[in-house]
Write a protein that binds this ligand. Structure first.
Ligand code: COA
Length: 154
């Protein structure tokens, strides 16, 4: 498995992986209504292209298949962290997170944080993050329980 910086050419695989992961993996922790609202983000190509261009956006690749992706926004925020439904639990997110943490540290950040889903909470706890706030986020009239988690880098 190789970690590399994403390019605009990866957009199809990234958006497809996002859609499938939300519908198959996050589905276990969320209602049908929440999944519909969440998975619809996959359709906003303009937004994805902007994120790939402006964030530190990396993909995990096996041969030429993208099996996970993650991004660092604003030098210290883990914005995306998604692993392919068929490659869960084999260390893909661990590798992606190491890449984001190294970049955040290189940019001078002393901590890294994320706005975490119910599904990903256990992963981030395992990786040394602690909970600072649990709150309800409204996306198009639908409530999501999210958790702000933080980890010191030094
Ligand atoms: C959360 C997610 C990114 C984890 O990816 P992953 O590649 O399966 O994670 P890893 O294999 O690197 O796991 C690292 C450790 O976290 C633990 N872990 C990961 N997910 C876990 C879970 N749901 N429950 C308990 N432990 C979990 C693993 O057991 C592993 O522990 P170990 O080091 O002792 O073996 C993945 O499940 C995912 O894509 N979830 C859906 C998308 C999502 O919610 N993203 C976050 C949006 S904020």
């Amino acid at each position: 498995m190789k970690i590399r910086v994403a390019t605009e050419r990866d957009i199809f695989q990234i958006t497809q992986l996002f859609y499938d992961t939300v519908c198959k993996i996050n589905r276990k922790d969320y209602t049908e209504e929440q999944i519909v609202v969440w998975s619809e983000h996959s359709k906003n190509d303009k937004n994805w292209l902007n994120n790939i261009k402006t964030q530190f956006f990396v993909v995990a690749e096996n041969d030429s298949e993208i099996i996970g992706f993650a991004s660092l926004d604003d030098n210290a925020c883990v914005d995306f962290m998604y692993v392919h439904e068929n490659h869960q639990g084999i260390g893909v997110a661990t590798k992606l997170l190491i890449s984001l943490e190294s970049e955040a540290y290189r940019r001078g950040s002393v901590e890294i944080w994320s706005d975490v889903s119910i599904t990903a909470k256990a992963f981030f706890i395992k990786k040394g993050f602690s909970i600072t706030k649990v709150y309800t986020k409204k996306v198009r009239h639908v409530d999501f329980e999210n958790t702000i988690m933080i980890k010191p880098l030094v």
